[in-house]
Design a protein around this ligand. Sequence first.
Ligand SMILES: CC(C)(COP(=O)(O)OP(=O)(O)OC[C@H]1O[C@@H](n2cnc3c(N)ncnc32)[C@H](O)[C@@H]1OP(=O)(O)O)[C@@H](O)C(=O)NCCC(=O)NCCS
Length: 221
Amino acid sequence: MNTIIRLETENDYLNVEKLTREAFWNLYMPGCEEHYLCHILRGHTDFIKQLDFVAEIDGNIIASIMYSRAHLISEDNETVEIVSFGPLCVHPEYQRQGIGTALIEKTRKIVEKMDIPAIVIYGDPHNYCKHGFKNGIDYKVSNLEGEYPLGLLVLELTPGFFGKKKWKAQQSDVFKYNQEEAIEFDKRFDEKEKKTGYSQELFRMQIRAFLREEQLTVTST
Ligand SMILES: CC(C)(COP(=O)(O)OP(=O)(O)OC[C@H]1O[C@@H](n2cnc3c(N)ncnc32)[C@H](O)[C@@H]1OP(=O)(O)O)[C@@H](O)C(=O)NCCC(=O)NCCS
């Protein structure tokens, strides 16, 4: 199987949105909104064009990764630009074949060359631990409210960057999109049945899970 990883072009936009819809449909909610996020992200000031990659097999786009600018704000008010990725998806027929890993690896090398000290994302730890991501709490990186969501994940690229300071991660405003507009946007695509399922319940469990600093001490008996 010959997989080509390349930058997304304007001709790919619709196909990437269709792929993203296919990969996320009914996964975290009945239907999905990630294809709308792809759509608005490309026109947003936080979009990072040089990290917008697709994977292609036989001329068909089967995976996509997009990045946005984000910031870390330290407790002594230092602001540092970092990056975040998402949506990241692989077409269901091509999952578990290393393509998601290949997209993360490809882009992570570019991010390193950009002198960006860390990648901070929100995601399912199961997908990202193997790539070296840790919980935000392990680097004292919280959300803007000072909480440590289970899904706030950090990949330190500059060793020792986080030091002992506390940091807050600020994601791009692009994620605060209007849900009504996302529903309206979905009407441009073929009708698809919205269903409920246990993956949505699992997601609900994960987004309500927060870590506490005192949980860091593990004792064995
Ligand atoms: C999450 C996602 C992007 C991962 O992409 P992927 O291409 O399936 O990921 P990989 O194949 O690189 O790795 C996934 C697993 O397949 C395994 N794998 C990789 N190559 C393999 C191969 N040749 N044979 C068997 N298993 C393989 C990996 O070890 C990994 O195992 P794990 O789940 O036990 O950790 C993809 O599953 C997806 O699009 N999911 C739906 C959308 C989504 O949830 N996106 C992320 C939002 S947080």
